[in-house]
Design a protein around this ligand. Structure first.
Ligand SMILES: [Zn+2]
Length: 287
């Protein structure tokens, strides 16, 4: 952010306490058009409209720096402002060939895979498959101009005018996606798979407990079987664990000979989503 822009935002270079702003970011932005300062009237094409009011969405605030550059703020975890990592938001009302720099300016983590070549994901209405933004366009650094916060900057060119673009920290895996998958599993009517409601979360979402094992009737009752407990998504931002967990479930219920032997000898207890509220809300680490 340049000096003039900082002044417009009422910030001073001496203002080094970043906790205050993070505590003020309590909700996701909802279809906000970011227009130049002193602009009046209806947003024009190219005045980007940001939105994060959807499941797993996270974006707390956007500041206009120039037509080319925007400062973006992650909305901290619902009950703990110290954690700011996960983001997931949409951008629309773009102009053909519009080039932008997005600075995500309030990361709470010094070490990030963004420093090791990972890059954020993007998809759009006409290309619904997630793709990585080329790593050469992504920069993660400690920024003196942003109160020495960790900042991730990336450049992007919008190429299809009517598309809605979505950007995300990593591949999202929502509470709804899990519920849909478990519904499909239920419908398969497997006799070695069982799903129970372990508890309801604070916000009344399901905590599912799956048991995968050959049923007792088929077993020699004398034989003691080992119990293996698997849990995933205690930290909502760690979405890869959900994909691993779904893959593991898929294997364990499959007709593969190894899966069969495992079901004969082991009782698997799986809690595929330990923190459904945090996942739903788009948090990183906590509820
Ligand atoms: Zn974790």
């Amino acid at each position: 952010m340049n000096k003039e822009a900082r002044a417009q935002n009422g910030e001073s270079a001496e203002d080094s306490d970043s906790d205050l702003i993070n505590e003020q970011l309590t909700g996701n932005i909802h279809k906000i058009a970011i227009v130049p300062p002193n602009f009046c009237g209806k947003p024009k094409k190219g005045h980007l409209i940001f939105d994060a009011c959807f499941e797993c969405g996270n974006l707390g605030r956007v500041d206009y720096i120039s037509d080319l550059e925007y400062d973006l703020f992650i909305r901290p975890d619902t009950c703990n402002a110290r954690f700011r990592i996960w983001f997931n938001f949409t951008v629309e009302n773009v102009k053909q060939e519009q080039r932008v720099i997005f600075n995500i300016v309030n990361f709470s983590k010094s070490k990030s895979l963004y420093r090791e070549g990972m890059s954020p994901l993007v998809k759009s209405t006409s290309r619904p498959k997630w793709q990585r933004i080329p790593a050469k366009n992504v920069f993660y650094y400690r920024c003196p101009e942003h109160k020495r916060n960790y900042v991730m900057s990336f450049v992007f060119c919008f190429d299809v005018e009517d598309d809605v673009y979505q950007f995300s920290y990593s591949f999202p895996y929502s509470y709804t996606k899990l519920q849909n998958y478990l519904q499909i599993l239920d419908n398969r009517g497997l006799d070695y798979y069982e799903r129970e409601l372990l508890a309801l979360s604070v916000q009344q979402r399901r905590l599912d407990l799956l048991t995968i094992s050959d049923s007792e009737l088929k077993q020699n009752m004398q034989k003691k079987r080992k119990l293996v407990i698997i849990t995933a998504r205690v930290h909502p931002g760690e979405t890869p664990s959900s994909y691993v967990c779904q893959g593991l479930i898929e294997f364990l219920v499959s007709p593969h000979p190894i899966a069969k032997v495992l079901r004969e000898h082991i009782i698997f207890k799986i809690i595929p989503m330990l923190n459904p509220d945090g996942v739903y809300l788009g948090n990183y680490r906590f509820f």
